[in-house]
Design a protein around this ligand. Structure first.
Ligand code: ADP
Length: 395
């Protein structure tokens, strides 16, 4: 494996990793450590032949977990580490080489992502301790959306809330939207296309991307805004919080918990947050599962229609994420809700483009916008941004 970059996505109790070689044709070593810090912590990895392996790591903290990850890399040593960092605020408009000043700036952004950024920084601290000689780069989920114009990122709130407290729309999943829109450009032989991208996983968001720049996106100050997600509500009436507080005496913590973890597909269906399970249940006649899928798809279409205002014309829509890559049902319903876009879905191609396949699912009418299914590659993009930044730094 030549010049691999180790990509780390560190959560409070899990560390996902991928060793990404410079040559995209070569296999990656991937895996995760789960339950970091607990007695039953373990490493689940894939070796270079794609075989799964597992190691118990009783009570391993972040440093021990990273040591175990290194042991599982079959003797390969990374040339750099790329860290996924959720929130870069307004400070980070692109990836940044990690030094003490950058770590301090990420710490200052913690108020905007109190769960994620401190966990990401634990991973940064552990890798800097283990590999003091290696360059390390932070790649931010928010950075791609820093190109939004003010009309898209400002809330209609008193100006001081923005000026003094950074309350504005930031957007997330930037690495994924950046990757799939660039890939759609390449696949369509367009220099800088006008795309609507839909990242539909457990978390879901849409973006309008023109010439490689994000112009609007569905997530906002937090990843709760926008689409219906696995367990997140997405958009609700902002008056809901006061209503629940006054009428049901719910605390802010309870409202936050219900909107983030008890809503979305799970809340609507009363059954599951998982689209596969909901599709089977809907097929079997479960009314809640059917409703959840209907609301989910309608809201995606509504979001795409809204975001189309950010683009001068539409070259196509890109579907990605676990649902976007696999659910021909969801893709079909979303397209059906957008008759005025003049889309022509090829139903056979739609049904066949699943399971990690990349492909075009429109009828290829020259005047119709394209419909792409593009498996996302956030790890590859983080590795690429890490390489680009280091290449620029050493030139
Ligand atoms: P995350 O956002 O956690 O990375 P993923 O991108 O893996 O999640 O997406 C998970 C979602 O993808 C789940 O709702 C899952 O049910 C859905 N999904 C995966 N495979 C299929 C499939 N074959 N058909 C429908 N939905 C699927």
């Amino acid at each position: 494996m030549n010049d691999p970059v180790l990509v780390i996505n560190c959560g409070s109790s899990s560390i996902k990793y991928a060793l990404v070689p410079a040559d995209p044709g070569q296999p990656r070593l991937t895996g995760l450590v789960e339950r970091v810090g607990e007695h039953d912590a373990r490493l689940l990895g894939h070796d270079s032949r794609g075989e799964r392996f597992e190691r118990a790591l009783a009570d391993a903290g972040h440093v021990e977990a990273l040591e175990a990850i290194l042991d599982g890399l079959e003797g390969h040593r990374p040339v750099a580490v790329g860290h996924r960092v959720v929130h870069g605020g307004e400070h980070f408009t692109r990836a940044a080489l990690l030094d003490d000043a950058v770590v301090a700036a990420i710490e200052q952004t913690a108020a905007l992502a109190p769960l994620h950024n401190p966990a990401n920084l634990q991973g940064v601290a552990a890798t800097r301790q283990l590999f003091p000689e290696l360059p390390q780069v932070a790649v931010f989920d928010t950075a791609f959306h820093q190109s939004l114009p003010a009309r898209a990122y400002r809330y209609a709130l008193p100006e001081a809330l923005y000026r003094d407290h950074g309350i504005r729309r930031y957007g997330f999943h930037g690495t994924s939207h950046a990757y799939v829109s660039a890939r759609a450009d390449a696949l369509s032989s367009l220099e800088g296309g006008n795309w609507l991208t839909a990242h539909l996983g457990n978390g879901c968001s849409t973006a309008a991307v023109r010439e490689g720049r994000s112009l609007d996106t569905s997530m906002g100050l937090t990843p709760l805004e926008g689409l219906v997600m696995g367990t997140r509500s997405g958009d609700v009436d902002p008056g809901l919080h006061a209503h629940l507080g006054r009428q049901l005496s719910w605390t802010l913590e309870r409202i936050d918990e219900v909107l983030n973890r008890g809503s979305g597909l799970l809340g609507l269906s009363g059954l599951s947050h998982d689209m596969r399970e909901l599709e089977s249940a809907a097929e079997a006649g479960h009314a809640g599962a059917r409703l959840a899928i209907e609301v989910f798809c309608y809201r995606i279409a509504k979001s795409l229609a809204g975001l189309s205002c950010a683009l001068p014309r539409l070259d196509g829509i890109v579907f990605t994420g676990g649902i976007g890559e696999n659910s021909s049902l969801v893709r079909g319903k979303v397209v059906d809700h957008l008759p005025h876009f003049g889309l022509g879905l090829d139903r056979k191609a739609n049904a066949a483009t699943v399971g990690g396949r990349e492909g075009r699912i429109d009828g290829r009418h020259p005047a119709a916008p394209r419909l792409w299914v593009i498996p996302t590659d956030e790890e590859g993009r983080i590795a690429e941004e890490t390489r680009q930044l280091l290449g620029a730094a050493t030139r």
